[in-house]
Design a binder for this molecule. Structure first.
Ligand code: C5P
Length: 235
């Protein structure tokens, strides 16, 4: 796994994303491409960023019947991306097939993209989960259950809050990844994130990788903000 902070490239189109990337000249970065950018610019833009030497986390959160997810993953693996994800709620069989699709689609001699699962979205409250999904356990137990299910399916890790990383690590194998968003520098506003930690705190809480968006992309000087995040994360 890349030890660089993963920058959430949450921009409307390639032009905006490229204007941001130009600030970093040719520095190889770790980038997260979400639905907004992928749906507006398509696979070509992903290929272009891969060619430029960036690590790519393609955050499309797949959730469908196992066979469909398998075929989709086969296509994504061909793009040569490094990290992709699914919703654990799609079930163990779906996660197994997602992995199978990635294995099938990875070109010979290349490494299979790592696969992680979204457990409960951080935008879901415990009350919502219980009332809408009829899951009667606590949010924490549900996150832990989905993490273990993802591990059983052979996945490489989960997307989770830094607050959950320690307990997930305790119940899964050594190499199991906890990729955590919700990162802010001491001086940042929280935006719409409810529970946030600094990069340093995320490291302490055993995050394997951090995803950072607005604290870098909306900073007055994104390069300076990135360097600060990097420095705190690397300590
Ligand atoms: O701007 P900010 O640092 O809050 O961005 C975090 C990124 O991580 C966004 O792209 C957001 O969609 C994503 N994310 C999140 N919480 C999750 C999963 C993904 O904030 N549970």
């Amino acid at each position: 796994m890349k030890n660089q902070p993963i920058i959430a490239l949450d921009f409307r189109n390639a032009q905006e994303a490229e204007a941001f990337l130009n600030l970093f000249e040719n520095e190889p970065l770790a980038l997260k491409i979400g639905m907004e950018l992928f749906f507006s610019e398509g696979p070509e833009f992903v290929l272009k960023l891969k060619e430029a030497g960036h690590f790519i986390f393609l955050d499309l959160k797949l959730h469908d019947i196992p066979n469909t997810v398998k075929s989709a993953m086969r296509s994504l693996a061909k793009l040569g991306v490094d990290l992709v994800n699914v919703h654990a709620a799609g079930g163990k069989q779906m996660m197994v097939e997602a992995l199978n699709g990635l294995n099938e689609g990875t070109p010979k001699g290349k490494t299979r993209p790592k696969l992680i699962a979204v457990t409960q979205l951080t935008s879901t409250s415990e009350a919502e989960m219980q009332q809408e999904q009829l899951i009667s356990v606590s949010l924490e137990d549900s996150v832990l259950h989905y993490s273990k299910l993802a591990e059983e399916a052979g996945l490489d890790g989960v997307v989770c809050s830094s607050f959950e990383a320690k307990s997930i690590k305790k119940h899964t194998n050594e190499a199991f990844l906890c990729v955590t968003p919700g990162i802010r520098l001491d001086t940042d506003s929280k935006d719409d994130q409810k529970r946030v930690v600094t990069p340093k705190e995320a490291r302490k809480r055993q995050a394997s990788a951090i995803v950072v968006g607005r604290p870098i992309t909306r900073a007055e000087n994104p390069k300076v903000a990135y360097e600060r995040v990097l420095k705190e994360w690397e300590i």
